[in-house]
Every structure is written in C-alpha cells, then in structure tokens.
Design a protein around this ligand. Structure first.
Ligand SMILES: [Zn+2]
Length: 348
C-alpha cells in the first residue's frame, strides 16, 4: 500500500513508498481505510529534518497526524464498518507519569509519550491504518470531508478547557477574546470562542487572501494593526503566532484578571528588548495568568467532535483551501501563498 514517508533528521527525504507493509494487528483492533490527512507546520518541520522519530526498528517515519478515515473492520464493536473515524495522535508514556496514568497524556511529565506521524508511531498518511478503540474518535457522518479538522480542533478545545479552568479560580465573566494569528489553529480557536458567545477579535498581518472574510463570516472582528493599537483590553487571549513581539505585547494588553494562552510555537534564536520588570508588574498587579498549551487528550477530542458538529459546515469547508491527491504529495507539502489548511486526499 502507499505511504508518505520521511527519513527523520534528513532534509528532503520526503517520498511516496508504494509497497509499505499493511498495518500490523498489534497497532490496534480497528482497521481503517484512509480518506484524507491534513498538513500542518509540524509536518514541514519534520520534512526539513528538524523533528520526528521513526518507530523502533524502522528507518522511515510515515507522516500524517491529522487523520480522517472510514472503518473497514472493528471486531470490538466500538465502531461500525463505514463509520468516519479520526485517530488520536498522542499515546501515554509507558512508565506512566502521573498524568498519563489517568489519561492526561497531553500533560505528560516525562516526555516519553509517542505520537502518530511525529514520534515513534507511524502516521496516518498511508492507505490503511489501525487504531485501538481507546484512541479512535467516531465522527458525525454529516461532517464528511471536514473531519480532518478534528485534530487541530482538539488542540483548541484543550486550550479553551484550560482557559476556563483557570478563569474559574475566581468570579469570572469574560466578554472579549483576542486571537493572534489567523491560521487554522487561530481560526478554530475563534470558532470555539463564538460558540461561547464572546466578542471575538482576530489579529493577523494579512490584509488580502481568505483570512479577513473567514473571520468576518464568524461574526468576529478582523484587525491587521499592532496589538497595542487595538483600543481594548481582552479578557482572554489565545496567542497562535509564536512571534516574540506579539507574545510580549498580548501579555501587556490583556485586561485585569486576563488569561493568556500561548498556543504558538516560536522557532527561538530571535531576541527582543524587554522590560521584564514592567511586564512582571503588569502581570502581578492585574492577577493575570500566562500559560502554555499543547496537544489534547481523549476528553478534548470528544469536545472537538461536538464543536465541529455544531459549526457551519460550509465555513469549515472553506478553511480547507487545497485538496491534493496523494500521487501529487510533493505539491501538497509545498506551501502556497493563500493556504489555510492543505489536505492530502487518499480517496480521490
Ligand atoms: Zn507521561
């Protein structure tokens, strides 16, 4: 069968293997036919050789952690043949740490977790894959092709879950949200904000392309100004750019008791001038919280499935700006100027 693979650590090793072995039964009892795989920045980092780890005994890593498939067989009866399914990316570490021991593998303490398509588990960019029932998330059949958005939505569902837990440390009546960065994560974070009835603001540098209209279609306000020119103080910030100056600016801009969730990964190596004393003073005197958020556990995947089912399906479809057949995989992994989300199509 076909599989899109890389040799981890070797830039330019992306290739389509035509005779990749069928998934081993010990990968899980549910056998799935791949329909599509979403592509994100992590895939680009793995292709560039910066990241990624092949499974033990393998030289190559199958890419793909944003999955959508159709169940071929499930002897456990958890799902039915024909059901739409997505596979959870991260598995708990074998020790396990206190968090993994209770199913909170998104909060793993020792870093020994594994991840499909990223770290020591084969990804979903292959014709067939297997998954244990515990890591299989059934999808509303109405979602159809936008089901590949479940993985990035699980990431923002986790961010919102933790924002709300932090907010409720005291009386909390948030009104406004600022999302910085209108990529897939930022747009899905904004979607979940509108589902909470909040006034949603999205800030991004782009003045052309699909982003302003996608934000407008949510009933949210689009800004292409600097953070300190916004003219309001958000109660919640979800920072999705990872840009150092934006990260610092949103910490200063948040309202008193504000919750600032950092969800963008910086590349590092760039330094900026920072008055750490003034920043500390703002955070302390306003009871602000800044926290990082990554990945998602089973509860967040289920929350994400519910959020997508409630969303406008045509809006979700418009986030997917390119669908590329697997034979043209190299095109799919070459970023384009107006890309929001690119999907590799196995069913075409
Ligand atoms: Zn762990």
């Amino acid at each position: 069968m076909r599989a899109v693979t890389v040799t981890p650590g070797t830039a330019g090793s992306l290739s389509l293997v035509e005779d990749y072995p069928e998934p081993a039964t010990d990968e899980g009892s549910i056998l799935v036919e791949a329909l599509a795989v979403g592509i994100c920045g992590t895939d680009h980092e793995i292709i560039a050789g910066h990241y990624g780890e092949a499974p033990p005994g393998f030289d190559r890593l199958v890419l793909g952690h944003e999955s959508l498939g159709r169940v071929l067989e499930d002897p456990t009866g958890t799902l039915q043949p024909g059901d739409l399914v997505a596979g959870i990316v991260r598995y708990p570490d074998p020790v396990p740490c206190p968090n993994c021991a209770v199913g909170e593998w998104d909060m793993c303490r020792n870093g020994q977790f594994t991840e499909h398509g990223i770290k020591a588990l084969p990804g979903f960019a292959r014709d067939r894959w297997r998954i244990p029932p515990r890591f299989a998330v059934g999808l509303d059949p109405a979602l159809g092709r936008v089901g590949t958005l479940l993985e990035p939505t699980s990431v923002v569902a986790k961010a919102w879950d933790h924002i709300e837990r932090i907010g409720h440390r005291a009386e909390w009546q948030p009104q406004s949200v600022l999302v910085t960065g209108a990529g897939p994560i930022g747009l899905l974070a904004a979607l979940l904000a509108t589902q909470r009835g909040l006034a949603v603001h999205v800030l991004d540098l782009a003045t052309e392309g699909p982003k302003p209209a996608l934000v407008g279609a949510l009933g949210a306000t689009y800004h292409s100004t600097k953070v300190d020119q916004l003219g309001f103080e958000p109660d919640v910030v979800i920072e999705c750019t990872g840009a150092p100056s934006v990260v610092i600016d949103v910490m200063c801009q948040a309202a008193p008791t504000g919750v600032i969730c950092l969800a963008g990964v910086s590349s590092g190596g760039r330094t900026i001038d920072l008055d750490a004393g003034a920043l500390n003073r703002t955070l302390v005197l306003e009871n602000n919280v800044v926290f990082g958020s990554v990945n998602a556990n089973r509860r967040h995947w289920d929350m994400a499935a519910e959020a997508l089912a409630r969303a406008d399906q045509s809006w979700l479809e418009s986030l997917i700006t390119r669908r590329v057949p697997v034979e043209s995989y190299a095109e799919a992994y070459t970023p384009g100027p107006d890309d929001i989300k690119v999907v590799l199509d196995f069913a075409a």
